[in-house]
Design a protein around this ligand. Structure first.
Ligand code: M7Y
Ligand code: ZN
Length: 362
């Protein structure tokens, strides 16, 4: 089928290397951008210089005390464990500037969609879905997903949030669990003791938001085909029932094979197929990053998603770029499908699909 060329906004940060300091990886965000650039994709994108979020923009979701605490420690080098900081979320110098940069990028991307000038906006620096109003969690300090959704809600009456990360998008679900203007859909690993522990089948929202939280809890080992199949089946029902006017996709890549999380057997093809299924709706769509700790595979995945959004071909091999050695020994774009045992039986997948679709039709 002939695909129309669509206008795609891509948020550029001048301090992208600084954002790498706040994820437990080496140069991840810089590698993503360098690979996208070396594949010649920037000329097809509308590059938007990032603008840091203001304090008042961050306060649209986060508590002033929480932000004040981060501001205070922005220049310091020690911290205590209040507000969720401490082991999982070390407070580092520049933390507040990092939050403003990342949140600003997701808000800027959302603003591009509100202007009606773009069909898709991409911010690979964003996707930090665990952060709470006054609590850092799961290595997330500012919930840029929530701030982007709030921005989209100024122009769109109903916004759908879709979380493809290995982990449950709890911070976003909590933020909107009481409203029927934002539906949150999250497909994730759900096993005893696996972070954050929420997002079970019975986790469907409260009050006015009842049945506006959709959760697909999975076991280890799922592969591309059943992942794409369950996503498209349930999202098809979500589209009919909720009739969204804008969409936010968190494309966290820690479900890929060879990720240190060692959980799912996904490849970039599976994640990109999910994104393509959603883009067929022709709705204003914001694409964010998220988890993903095998830097080279995250870069391969998000570069493939960017190329597929543009309907542009990828080169066969990894082009010369600053981080070329990280792509050895294959030096190509392929991430092979994992061989871990798939603990999601056909019966299990069928039963959760039916339950979720039943919930949607009540
Ligand atoms: C500290 C990191 C983020 C990294 N990591 C692994 C991967 C590579 C080295 C250890 C984790 O398990 N983490 C976490 C620790 C505590 C709670 C949550 C997470 C991850 C959240 C996430 O990805 N959400 O989408
Ligand atoms: Zn994750």
């Amino acid at each position: 089928s002939v695909k129309m060329a669509i206008k795609v906004a891509y948020i550029l940060s001048k301090i992208i290397h600084k954002t790498d300091d706040f994820i437990p990886t080496e140069n991840r965000n810089s590698m993503v951008h360098a690979l996208i650039e070396s594949c010649g994709l920037l000329k097809h994108l509308c590059l938007v210089a990032n603008r840091q979020a203001t304090d008042s923009e961050l306060e649209l979701f986060h508590s002033p005390e929480y932000l004040q605490y981060m501001k205070k420690y922005n220049d310091a080098i020690e911290c205590d464990d209040s507000f969720g900081f401490g082991y999982d979320c070390p407070l580092k110098q520049g933390i507040y500037n990092y939050c403003k940069e990342v949140a600003g990028a997701s808000i800027s991307a959302a603003k591009m969609l509100c202007s009606g000038q773009f069909q898709v906006a991409i911010n690979w620096l964003g996707g930090w879905h665990h952060a709470k109003r006054a609590d850092a969690a799961g290595y997330c300090y500012v919930n840029d997903c929530v701030l982007a959704i709030l921005q989209l809600r100024t122009a769109y009456a109903r916004v759908l949030y879709i979380d493809l990360d290995l982990h449950h998008g709890d911070g976003v679900q909590d933020a909107f669990c009481g409203t029927n203007k934002v539906m949150t859909f999250s497909i994730h690993k759900h096993e005893p003791g696996f972070f954050p522990g929420t997002g079970s089948l019975s986790d469907t929202g409260f009050g006015k938001g009842f049945r506006y939280s959709v959760n697909i809890p999975l076991k280890d080992g799922i592969t591309d085909t059943p992942f794409v199949e369950i996503c498209s089946k349930v999202l098809n029902e979500v589209k009919i029932k909720f009739d969204p006017l804008a969409v936010v996709i968190q494309a966290g890549a820690d479900g890929l094979n060879e990720d240190p999380m060692r959980s799912f057997n996904l490849t970039p093809v599976g994640l990109s197929d999910c994104v393509q299924f959603i883009l067929k709706w022709n709705l204003p769509t914001l694409i964010l990053g998220g988890g993903g700790y095998n830097e080279a595979n995250v870069a391969r995945c998000w570069t493939k998603i960017t190329a597929d959004v543009l309907n542009e071909e990828l080169p066969c091999e990894i082009p010369e770029n600053q981080y070329f050695p990280s792509y050895g020994p294959s030096f190509d774009f392929e991430v092979v499908e994992g061989l871990k045992k798939d603990r999601n039986s056909k019966e299990y997948l069928k039963s959760i699909t039916n339950t979720v679709i039943d919930n949607l039709s009540k």
